[in-house]
Design a protein around this ligand. Structure first.
Ligand SMILES: C[S@@+](CC[C@H](N)C(=O)[O-])C[C@H]1O[C@@H](n2cnc3c(N)ncnc32)[C@H](O)[C@@H]1O
Length: 262
């Protein structure tokens, strides 16, 4: 069944951005092109199927199978968290602080957006990406191949299965307290992997393990809303000194960089 671009855009006018991106994917044209070619006929079956998923709350990035991060396209599906713009702040911090030829481990790689971006932006870095989820690691691997990054992958519960020393441990860990999950938007709560969202009751369980296992490495991590004080206390308990706290665009403390004080 075919319909014109204009008719489909009218049918889904309450979802204008989504429908334009899906139409432009299907036609292999820009969204600007759609505006000038409203009488173009398209197969409405895949568009209706995609929009039904979207209206039911599935994130557009999973439906399209991709997401942009730091100027590159990453493949995503429901085995990985959808990369967030604020995580680019973490990448920028590590690009700034990592010494030449630094050995870096990304704990909880998910799509691989952090590890792959670091390696592609800085060819001198030696990067290992780890995750506890084998499904997530399969997506990291696909992105590594698609983007041509040089990266070692390993399955590990935080750093417990890893040998060797690292100069920098980077992580965007799961940090949402379990009790807050019910209050999240449906597209996060029902579709993104639970293991990527929450580590347990306090939200700081993985953060604590990162400090406990980082050894002499500099630790750069993303943290959740209102967690700065708790993270400072954990850092102090593990004799780490907090060097930098970087706010996101909303002014929320989002990235914490700390180093061993011993
Ligand atoms: C918030 S997501 C971050 C994904 C990706 N790095 C990003 O920034 O988009 C957290 C990731 O940590 C992984 N994870 C959760 N618990 C873990 C653990 N104990 N050890 C290693 N990885 C873990 C999850 O599978 C998930 O991929």
């Amino acid at each position: 069944m075919t319909q014109t671009v204009d008719a489909i855009r009218t049918r889904y006018r309450e979802h204008r951005r989504d429908i334009d991106l899906l139409l432009s994917d299907l036609l292999g044209r820009s969204t600007a092109w759609l505006l000038a070619h409203g009488d173009q006929l398209v197969d409405e079956v895949p568009i209706d199927a995609a929009m039904q998923r979207r209206i039911a709350g599935e994130p557009l990035q999973y439906i399209r199978g991709r997401c942009e991060f730091y100027g590159r396209e990453f493949l995503v599906d429901d085995r990985v968290l959808i990369p967030r713009p604020e995580t680019e702040l973490l990448v920028e911090a590590v690009l700034r602080l990592a010494p030449r030829n630094a050995r870096i481990v990304d704990v909880g790689a998910g799509s691989g957006c952090i590890a792959i971006t670091l390696q592609l932006e800085r060819d001198d870095l030696e990067v290992v990406a780890i995750d506890r989820s084998l499904g997530a690691l399969a997506v990291t691997r696909r992105n590594r191949e698609a983007l041509g990054a040089r990266l070692r992958l390993a399955a590990s519960d935080v750093l417990t299965s890893l040998r060797g020393n690292f100069d920098v441990v980077v992580s965007n860990p799961p940090y949402i307290p379990a009790r807050d999950i019910d209050g999240l938007e449906v597209q996060v709560r029902e579709h993104e992997p639970r293991m990527a969202l929450t580590p347990g009751a306090s939200g700081t369980e993985i953060i604590e393990q990162l400090f406990a296992q980082a050894g002499r490495a500099t630790l750069a991590m993303e943290i959740g809303f209102g967690q700065e004080a708790a993270v400072r206390a954990i850092a102090e308990a593990h004799r780490f000194r907090v060097g930098e706290v970087i706010p996101d665009l909303a002014g929320i403390a989002r990235v914490v960089v700390s180093s061993p004080a011993w």
